[in-house]
Design a protein around this ligand. Sequence first.
Ligand code: C5P
Length: 227
Amino acid sequence: KQDLIIAIDGHSSTGKSSLSKLIAKQLGYTHIDSGAMYRAVTLFAYQNDLIEGNKVLVEQLVPRLEEIFIDFRYNTANNLNETYLNGVNVEDEIRGLQVSSMVSPIAVIPEVRDYCVALQQKMGENKRIVMDGRDIGTTVFPNADIKIFITASAEIRAKRRFLEFEREGKTISFDEVLKNVIERDHIDSTREYSPLRKAEDAIEVDNSNLNLEQTVEAVMKIISSKK
Ligand code: C5P
């Protein structure tokens, strides 16, 4: 069997990560959630008072990027590849609304992107990976063997995220979640440096009316047809 790089890009809350995890598992590949890196950088900025209100202190953050070390460690107890920031497990903390609401402004900073992209490219050196994000098929691995672009309506995506928060016992209004989804879409697709867009050779999958299992099936079909 060929060793592949599979790039899965798309809008926020399309279930890209869950999808990529399952695809990687079926193929015996490693899954890398590139968004977790931008989230970890955002958490670092919070921890070091480099965010004031909703303003990022860009000039102060950029020289401190070299202090950031991000890695993923596989937790056999829950079968998750968990995110570590400077040796500390931050998997839960980076998923909350505080980090979610500031991650897109952090991800527009070119130096932050260069830092994360270099790390992502290094993790893909040995192929056999499924990486999900916004610019994997366009910038990180323009020569990826398979490129998928996942999308769904904003309302459906917000509803999924809302139910997820609810399951975790977090009380956040649906409107707040929808606002965050729309805001992130806007910032991600209009930023100047490496914006979110479908690569020309990516295959689009709209999963508004598909559950996770059906989305996995659709994507596995695309992968098999291209292998
Ligand atoms: O995928 P996730 O929603 O966790 O990503 C969080 C944020 O990180 C996105 O909204 C986007 O602003 C940024 N991101 C990015 N490029 C990537 C992955 C994530 O800009 N490859």
